[in-house]
Design a protein around this ligand. Structure first.
Ligand code: GLU
Length: 440
């Protein structure tokens, strides 16, 4: 008798698999894709494929602490889709890292790379750890052990990690070094492109560190006029002043924008005349947060006052799900620019829609990071090093073209910019599936 093969989805007319948990970030991400599939009329099987990651890797590994004891850590690498190219996406170190969140973030990477027309798929990884509690040596041992635990699941033409929340160029340098030492005789450098976001000294690209913040500025220059706002008189708030927020402030300041309010994990500040962003960035480097920062006209305020401060643009550039229903009611802005991934809850997004606050989606706004990651990967493969002007020019061209595609799609399908952005990404992915067909 022939054994029966049970498969979770039937192609090609499968019903999408959607998780039903209302708090699931992955369910929220799948829902955005489903809505976009509806709008662009994507085939059912494309929708079904995108509603689950291709591979989910979970590892547990021991790390020796400085006091000689050992601790077990949990790490993830989720490979969502690779129809457009190798899996690509950051590695997060955070105590709240969970499977559901990493799945959502991996799906968003697929969408982001497709929207940018990068030859990459989507992935995301993370370790459940409070990196602030580890010494530099412990962090290095954790990074090296996690990299070796991922083994052949990552690779320069297979799956390419990068920085995300809680990780940086130093961690990427250790990852690259560990991979090379465990996959070659360690004697040659031909695999540095296994990781992007490295330090410039280790093969990183000029402009990678500021790329996400810089990209936000390019997107706003392209899309704000349509929303009746000007860059040179822009008043904006930032939720989060880390890599994304601080560099966005630098780029927007160069165009004449004024940072009116800012909040991080420790404090909230407002200044109606605009905060001095360079000094604030230096204060954070010295003190670890914006708390205690003093300048003429700057006041520390309670969180609610921060959210209620009137600005043109509000930029959440921190963790997911920070703008819930209540906060969405508090906001006093014309446009919400998603600097971080998935900053609004579904209920929060609904309030913003009802209140007529336009949302510029993260898969467009924060795609500057992965775009310069791609440029780093290309430079590594070619064995060249481009100057900052060239990198910035390529970033600007790539992200502005994507912003135009989103604007056109929103007119063509008569839909909001978020749905349009997901729609553009889905159309590109669907086109690839249609041409390639489904193996076998
Ligand atoms: N972690 C960043 C993101 O969420 C960058 C990913 C990358 O450069 O691969 O887009």
């Amino acid at each position: 008798m022939t054994p029966t093969l049970r498969v979770p989805i039937e192609l090609p007319n499968a019903k999408p698999l959607s998780p039903t948990d209302p708090d699931s970030l992955f369910a929220m991400a799948v829902e955005s894709v489903n809505q976009a599939c509806e709008v662009v009329n994507a085939p059912g099987y494309v929708r079904a494929i995108l509603s689950q990651p291709k591979n989910e890797l979970i590892v547990h590994f021991p790390v020796r602490r400085d006091d000689g004891s050992y601790e077990i850590f949990k790490g993830y690498r989720i490979q969502h889709n690779n129809v457009l190219g190798p899996y690509k996406g950051g590695i997060r170190y955070h105590p709240e890292v969970s499977l559901d969140d990493v799945k959502a973030l991996a799906l968003w990477m697929t969408m982001k790379c497709a929207l940018m027309r990068l030859p990459f798929g989507g992935a995301k990884g993370g370790v459940k750890v409070n990196a602030r509690e580890l010494s530099s040596n412990e962090l290095m041992r954790l990074t090296r052990r996690f990299t070796s635990a991922m083994g052949n699941h990552i690779g320069p033409d297979h799956d390419i990690p990068a920085p995300d929340v809680g990780t940086n160029a130093q961690i990427m340098d250790w990852m690259m070094d560990t991979y090379i030492n465990t996959h070659t005789d360690g004697a040659h450098q031909g695999m540095v492109h296994v990781v992007t976001g490295k330090s410039v000294g280790c093969g990183g690209s000029e402009g990678r560190e500021k790329a996400t913040g810089q990209g936000i500025c390019y997107v706003l220059s392209e899309l704000l006029p349509e929303l009746n706002l000007r860059m040179d008189t822009l008043r904006y708030s930032l939720l989060g002043f880390g890599n994304v927020g601080a560099f966005a402030a630098q780029a927007l300041g160069a165009e004449g924008g004024k940072l009116i309010a800012v909040m991080d994990h420790a404090a909230a500040l407002v200044n109606a005349d605009g905060l001095p962003t360079g000094e604030l960035q230096q204060h954070v480097v010295n003190n670890g947060s914006i708390a205690g920062f003093k300048s003429a006209g700057t006041r520390e305020v309670p969180a609610e006052e921060f959210y209620r401060t009137s600005t043109d643009v509000f930029i959440p550039a921190a963790l997911e799900r920070m703008i819930d229903e209540e906060k969405a009611h508090w906001l006093d802005c014309k446009v919400l620019v998603e600097g971080g991934n998935g900053p609004t809850t579904p209920a929060g997004a609904e309030v913003l829609r009802q209140r007529g606050i336009a949302v510029l989606p993260a898969i467009l706004c924060n795609a500057g990071g992965v775009t310069v990651s791609y440029l780093e990967w290309v430079q590594n493969k070619m064995g060249v090093h481009w100057d900052l002007q060239r990198v910035d020019r390529e970033l600007q061209r790539t992200i502005v073209l994507a912003a135009r595609r989103v604007r056109l799609a929103s007119h063509r399908h008569d839909t909001d910019l978020s749905t349009a952005a997901f729609g553009v990404a889905v159309e590109h992915l669907a086109d690839s599936y249609l041409r390639r067909g489904i193996f076998p």
